[in-house]
Design a protein around this ligand. Structure first.
Ligand code: CP
Length: 309
């Protein structure tokens, strides 16, 4: 097992090797044990300063990174674009360089534009962690998702995972396809063809348009939210119709050939892609995903901070 990542930044799962992901998981196993101790803090990132820059809304990712950083004893500064000088026309590079001049070592950034994290890594002198860039990638979400499946089944290789819903606008879908395939998981997607990207087959991913068929094939169903904020036109007649064809309710879940595991990256739109009785059922590991996010993000930050360029 290697003990160093092959990358200096976490920009996307696309750039990771299988061995990088395995190292992150092994490190996250250790941190998961740490955060379940009475004393949850370790001094690993003492003297490391991390800036959390959020140019787009977030609940889970922002809080999870912040908690991960605190558990590692890092110093933290938080930035939200909604109450910053970005509103006065300052560019991304100027904003970040001003923050870095305060001696910041790492930047965790969420941004609405695909490629923003990659762009930043080429223009500023700090380790960059992509916390979601538009409809492109959300690497730590995919890592925590795969970690949660591994925890549930003990292994990933050979498992069948279907990602259901708005694949076209989802950074979670793309990062999960890269991550799960690297780990030997069979991945298919399910949804209306208007919400499936045209390039999907080039990723080696098959499309199933019938939800029941997709669910009977899979061990794990990853339900996604319809990303209305990224849609400038209508992709289906109504949310009600979408929900009838692609929403997962308890009746459908209970009628399947086998017991499957249900996941969702959040935020959930209860009653649209998933009903409350499914989200809160014993087959759902949605809150385990959130819990694992802290340990996985601790692992990512710890490994990147220790990486010599
Ligand atoms: N899963 C996820 O990225 O959630 P947030 O948008 O709340 O961070």
């Amino acid at each position: 097992m290697k003990n160093n990542l092959s990358v200096n930044h976490l920009l996307g799962i696309k750039y990771l090797q299988k061995e990088d992901i395995e190292l992150i998981f092994q490190t996250a196993d250790h941190f998961k044990e740490v955060i379940n101790r009475p004393i949850k803090k370790v001094p690993s990132l003492r003297d490391t300063t991390i800036a959390n820059l959020f140019f787009e809304n977030s609940t889970r990712t922002k809080l999870s990174f912040e908690l991960a950083e605190k558990r590692l004893s890092a110093d933290i500064i938080n930035f939200s674009s909604s109450n910053s000088s970005v509103k006065k026309g300052e560019t991304l590079v100027d904003t970040v360089n001003n923050i870095l001049s305060m001696k910041v070592d790492m930047v965790v950034m969420r941004h609405p534009n695909p490629g923003a994290a990659q762009f930043l890594s080429q223009h500023v002198n700090a380790k960059i962690v992509n916390a979601g860039d538009g409809a492109h990638e959300h690497p730590t979400q995919a890592l925590l998702d795969a970690f949660s499946i591994r925890e549930k089944y003990g292994h990933l290789k050979g498992k069948n995972v279907v990602i259901v819903g708005d694949i076209l606008h989802s950074r979670v879908a793309l990062s999960n396809i890269f991550c799960l395939q690297k780990l030997g998981v069979n991945v298919k997607v399910c949804g209306p063809m208007t919400l499936i990207p045209k390039y999907i087959n080039s990723l080696g991913v098959e499309v199933i348009t019938n939800l029941r068929e997709a669910l009977n094939w899979c061990d794990v169903a990853m339900m996604l939210r319809i990303q209305l904020e990224r849609q400038d036109m209508k992709f289906f007649p109504s949310l009600r119709e979408y929900s009838m064809l692609y929403g997962l309710d308890k009746q459908l879940l209970d009628s399947l050939d086998k017991e499957i595991t249900v996941m969702h990256p959040g935020p959930i739109n209860r009653g649209v892609e998933i009903t409350s009785d499914v989200a809160d059922s014993k087959q759902s590991i949605i809150l385990n995903q959130v819990e694992n996010g802290v340990a996985v993000r601790m692992a990512v930050l710890y490994l990147l901070a220790g990486k010599k360029e």
